[in-house]
Design a protein around this ligand. Sequence first.
Ligand code: ZN
Length: 63
Amino acid sequence: MGKEKACKNCHLVTSKFSQCPACKTYTLSDDFSGIVYILDPEKSIIAKELNIRFKGKYALKVR
Ligand SMILES: [Zn+2]
């Protein structure tokens, strides 16, 4: 597993360390758990719970 960070705002997991590519905030954390892959945000219950609108790799919990 490489070094990645998760966005505290939208939960996107990214290898970028400064700005979240999805919501453009700077609240990235390396303390996260529970990776999920959202392939179809409109049909995913998890995506609805986390307010995910784009497909991608997300963390269930970001601290
Ligand atoms: Zn974000």
